[in-house]
Design a protein around this ligand. Structure first.
Ligand code: URA
Length: 217
């Protein structure tokens, strides 16, 4: 994983593991089937879950192996909430839950106004104990950064212990915009692409992630 800073000194972690990069290349291909696209996204999300949870605190406990007593690490009792930015964020969820099965799940519904590209909220549901939880926001495409920044702004109202943002692809413009608004929220992504096009799509990108994972185009 390589780490860099963007505007406002926000941190970006690029998950450059060969398995992630290989699967991402397959996902970008325009003729890939919906089924295959969805499966690859699930696999990548599991691999990214390792990176985003890499610094989870542990403590030592005493256990008995069949041979002797030893001190061994377990994850400190920290609570996690995955926050799905609907609808494409749901494609990231199952893989994350495979790795952190005890996590709770919140949802934020935002749509992009096609003319202004501004994010408009239509749904928001979180667990009641957010102040005890580390929040990991899931949204595969960090494009303009408008919906990402709006989702995190709304999430901050619930006062989680910490917030991290996980995307599959990010545009440089989106990262800059996001970190101008939230320099305190690190972003984890598999790749930073060249730019946005005039329709707000990431290029070269992979198209509309929601349409591709649900076969709705
Ligand atoms: N959302 C997508 O699904 N794809 C993009 O390229 C940009 C936003």
């Amino acid at each position: 994983m390589s780490t860099m800073n963007t505007a406002g000194a926000g941190q970006v972690h690029v998950v450059d593991h060969p398995l992630v990069q290989h699967k991402l290349t397959l996902m970008r291909q325009k003729d890939r089937s919906t089924n295959s696209f969805r499966r690859l996204l699930g696999e990548i999300s599991m691999l990214m879950a390792y990176e985003v949870t890499r610094d989870m605190p542990t403590r030592m406990i005493e256990i008995e192996t069949p041979l002797e007593t030893m001190q061994s690490p377990v994850i400190e009792g920290r609570k996690t909430v995955f926050v799905v930015v609907m609808r494409a964020g749901s494609g990231f969820l199952d893989g994350m839950l495979e790795v952190v099965p005890g996590a709770r799940v919140g949802h934020i519904g935002l749509y992009r106004d096609p003319k202004t590209l501004v994010a408009v909220e239509y749904y928001f549901k979180m667990p009641g104990d957010m102040h005890e939880r580390d929040a990991i926001v899931l949204d595969p495409m960090l494009a303009t950064g408008n919906s990402a920044a709006a989702a995190v702004e709304r999430l901050k109202e619930t006062r989680p212990r910490s917030i991290r943002f996980v995307s599959l692809l990010a545009a440089p413009e989106g990262l800059k915009h996001f970190h101008e608004a939230h320099p305190d929220v690190p972003v984890y992504t598999a790749a930073i692409d060249r730019q946005l096009n005039e329709h707000g799509y990431i290029v070269p990108g992979l198209g509309d992630a929601g349409d591709r994972m649900f076969g709705t185009k």
